[in-house]
Design a protein around this ligand. Structure first.
Ligand code: HEM
Length: 521
């Protein structure tokens, strides 16, 4: 029987017209999407301005690689490995480069830099109007910095020294109590100390964490802020969409903690102080003095923001550095011994107070070298310090990078550069700061950032460390309880260590007052 058109169209064994149309549409859709995807890959790999720059394949296609690294907390180690394999430039995003070229680093972080903080910082800033750390606009940043920088200057540091002394002494006396009970989590205690000392110099009030032997959640607040910011910064639109939807969906992102509990704490302290007044010359008093000089510019918001910034920027970072210095000394007994000799000689010659003064510490070259080396080998901040390429573009390592791209360097990469630090750059060797080319090493030293975005609190951090390290080692013999276990570390912008467990034994010290609390105010 002949097959008629109508029987063909209605035959149950053949697809209907709708099905044929659907199949064709889905076929065209699949072809369309595959073509777009292939076109995108070809564009990124062959035609895009950064095409051909080596790096992980997936990094050239999207932000996924950076987000995965940020969530895993191993970006700093991956960057070291990638630069060892690929050299000066590594593509870490479709429009983002990690730089290990020395001239490039001078260009980005050196004096007069035209590279400004990238959109990564916008999630840290959120809606805050006064935030020198996260502010991206160079004019606003420079105006804000001018208003509040004075209290951080070296000359005013002397006023804060007694407050640091009292907290160092409190730490020593707490260690003397704890050591009799067995192993001590020194890493945790450095953390408690670093918070308490910021409380003391900012509000004349230790937070009481060393007494309670735990923090009040501030640590978690700082860390969850950073853990969340470190990946969200790569996709700020997620943050802003969440911000818009927040009234309906609630708060799902830890990054907002920065504007939450820490600001509340700073606000409470500022309000209490206004009522109470003080005869102390701490940070808050210094900020109020600036406010009296320029009441319309140094607003309450500015004072509260700076007090909160001291906590977020100044506590974890200092604790990480203290851990690094002591841990590396313990792992390298020959350097610990040299430092001990310097401390003991100074003590015998009556050149060492208890706690050690800044002036005394400055006359101890090996101590200074150990601190610099601890800061070099484990920079507190392990992120890329990302910066926008300026309007005219730039040339780095012979490659033109146009506006609209982001470049950055992690201190973890540059601080291990063998052409600056020598063949043993990956080792802890404080002597390099005595025998090596110090000026050259300092030129590229990125632990405190660079150019006009250099850390405000560098002098304060040095004051804390140069007091704590020799005072601690003068009072105690220290041993790693588990020398076979390396420290764990996680990079959430701050590279936080875990597992610095030690046993302490009090040293005979005829000049120490035995850890009794020293009255300094
Ligand atoms: C060893 C301890 C410290 C280290 C390693 C450190 C490191 C850094 C780094 C790398 C930056 C630049 C970040 C960037 O470019 O994104 C920075 C900025 C900053 N730090 Fe520190 N910091 C330390 C301690 C402190 C302390 C104690 C304070 C305050 C009391 C502080 C306050 C600040 C502020 C306000 C900024 C923003 C500066 C600006 O952008 O103009 N830091 N710090």
């Amino acid at each position: 029987m002949a097959v008629t058109t109508s029987s063909f169209l209605t035959s149950p064994s053949l697809p209907s017209l709708d099905t044929v149309t659907d199949t064709l549409v889905s076929h065209y859709l699949v072809t369309f999407f595959v073509s777009v995807a292939v076109g995108y890959v070809v564009y990124q790999r062959v035609f895009a301005p950064l095409a051909g720059v080596p790096g992980p394949f997936w990094a050239s296609l999207g932000k996924g690689w950076l987000i995965v690294r940020a969530r895993k907390g191993d970006l700093h180690r991956e960057l070291i490995r990638l630069h060892e394999v690929h050299g000066a430039l590594v593509r870490v995003g479709p429009k983002e480069l990690s730089i290990a070229d020395l001239d490039g680093i001078k260009l980005i972080y050196g004096a007069g830099s035209q590279f400004h903080k990238s959109a990564w910082y916008s999630v840290l800033k959120g809606h805050r109007t006064f935030d020198p750390f996260a502010e991206r606009d160079p004019h606003i940043h420079s105006a804000q910095k001018k208003l509040v920088i004075r209290p951080y200057a070296m000359e005013t540091l002397k006023d804060l020294e007694p407050y640091v002394d009292s907290t160092v002494y409190h730490f020593i006396s707490r260690m003397k109590e704890k050591m009799t009970l067995g192993e001590v989590d020194l890493g945790k205690w450095f953390q408690l100390f670093a918070f308490d000392v910021i409380g003391e110099i900012t509000f004349s009030k230790r937070f009481g964490f060393m007494d309670a032997e735990e923090d009040d959640g501030s640590l978690k607040s700082v860390e969850s802020t950073l853990a969340s910011a470190s990946w969200l910064g790569h996709v700020p639109w997620v943050f802003w969409t969440h911000d818009y939807l927040r009234p309906w969906i609630g708060n799902w992102l830890g990054v907002t903690n920065r504007t939450g509990s820490l600001m509340q704490r700073a606000l409470k302290e500022v309000e209490e102080r206004k009522k109470r007044g003080t005869d102390r010359n701490d940070f808050l008093e210094k900020f109020f003095r600036l406010q009296r000089e320029k009441p319309d510019q140094v607003t309450d918001t500015a004072v509260i923001s700076m007090a909160a910034a001291n906590i977020t920027a100044g506590s974890d970072t200092t604790a990480i550095s203290l851990r690094s210095i002591i841990y590396h000394l313990l792992r390298n007994p020959q350097h610990l011994e040299t430092l001990r000799q310097e401390i003991d000689t100074a003590r015998r010659e009556n050149r060492l107070s208890d706690p050690v003064t800044m002036e005394e510490a400055e006359r101890m070259p090996f101590l200074q070298a150990c601190i610099m080396e601890g800061l070099r080998i484990h920079p507190s901040i392990g992120g890329l310090l990302p910066r926008d390429v300026p309007r005219s573009g730039c040339v780095i390592a012979g490659r033109f990078i146009p506006e609209g791209h982001v470049v950055g360097t992690s201190a973890w990469v540059i601080n291990r550069n063998t052409s600056i630090y020598g063949h043993d750059a990956a080792e802890f060797n404080p002597s390099r700061w005595i025998k090596g080319n110090k000026a050259e090493m300092q030129r590229y030293f990125l632990t405190f950032g660079g150019a006009n975005r250099m850390c405000f609190g560098k002098n304060i951090a040095f004051m804390e460390m140069t007091k704590m390290v020799p005072t601690f080692l003068r009072h105690f013999d220290v041993q790693l309880t588990y020398p076979e276990r390396p420290l764990k570390e996680k990079n959430f912008f701050f590279v936080i260590q875990e597992g610095l467990i030690v046993n302490l034994r009090e040293r005979g010290d005829e000049q120490s007052n035995g850890g009794a609390e020293k009255e300094v105010y």
